[in-house]
Every structure is written in C-alpha cells, then in structure tokens.
Design a protein around this ligand. Structure first.
Ligand code: AMP
Ligand code: ZN
Length: 114
C-alpha cells in the first residue's frame, strides 16, 4: 500500500519527520523508539503502509519476513545476546501507531512474563 499522508511512520520513512535510523533495507527502515522501555528498543517498519502486522503479512509476506531479518541484523549491530520481538496489534493490545512495526527489545535480562 502506498504512503498514508496522515501516518507518522510513513513520514519517518519519507524523511519528513526525523528519527534515529539504525538500519535500512530496500523494504524496511529501523529507528530508535522515542520512548524506550529497554536499553535497546528499535522499531522496524516496512517502507510501505499497512495498518498492522497481519495486514502486512497478508499483502506482502516477503516484506513481513524482512522485518525479522532486519531484527537479527539490528541485534548483531547492537551486540545484544538476546532480544524480544513484539507486534502490538489493535488498540486493546496497546497499538498506538497504525503502521505495522516490530519492536526489537533487548540489552538487559528480561523476565517472562514481563
Ligand atoms: P505501539 O504502541 O506498538 O503502536 O508502538 C508505537 C511506538 O512508537 C511507541 O513505543 C512510541 O514510543 C513510538 N514512537 C512514537 N512516536 C515516535 C517517533 N516520532 N519516533 C520514534 N518512535 C516513536
Ligand atoms: Zn504509514
């Protein structure tokens, strides 16, 4: 899906809103979360606009997989030995930005459940 003019992450992908970019590919962009909840907290987004991860996977499954490949590359670059991946999907799960994004969390020993 093409960019949504009202979407914050589309604006970051376009370079119209600044972000601390840590990794990019032809299909993905990764930048630091503005409100980190772990020492490493990076968001990986598809360059194309989809409202959530399920919609992305249905429309562009290879790009959904690219998010996972990017997450490993980010973990390698950050030098973290483990990480947690989160897709908040829907407002009830705490999703606040409706452009698919993968949270990459790590850099500390993490409990489970959180
Ligand atoms: P979610 O709650 O899963 O929709 O996650 C949205 C995330 O985007 C939150 O963790 C926010 O802290 C983060 N966020 C919001 N605005 C920005 C921004 N301008 N740059 C980087 N991260 C942001
Ligand atoms: Zn978007």
């Amino acid at each position: 899906m093409s960019a949504d003019a009202d979407c914050l992450f589309c604006k970051i992908v376009a370079g119209d809103v600044p972000a601390t970019v840590v990794h990019e590919t032809a299909t993905t962009l990764a930048f630091r979360d503005i409100n980190p909840v772990a020492p490493t907290h990076v968001l990986v987004v598809p360059r194309s606009h989809h409202p959530n991860a399920a919609a992305l996977a249905a429309a562009e499954p290879t790009v959904a997989a690219d998010l996972l490949t990017s997450a490993q590359a980010i973990a390698d670059a950050e030098g973290i030995s483990g990480y947690r991946l989160v897709f908040n999907t829907g407002a009830d799960a705490g999703q606040t930005v409706f452009h698919a994004h993968l949270h990459v969390l790590g850099g500390e020993t993490m409990g489970w459940p959180a």
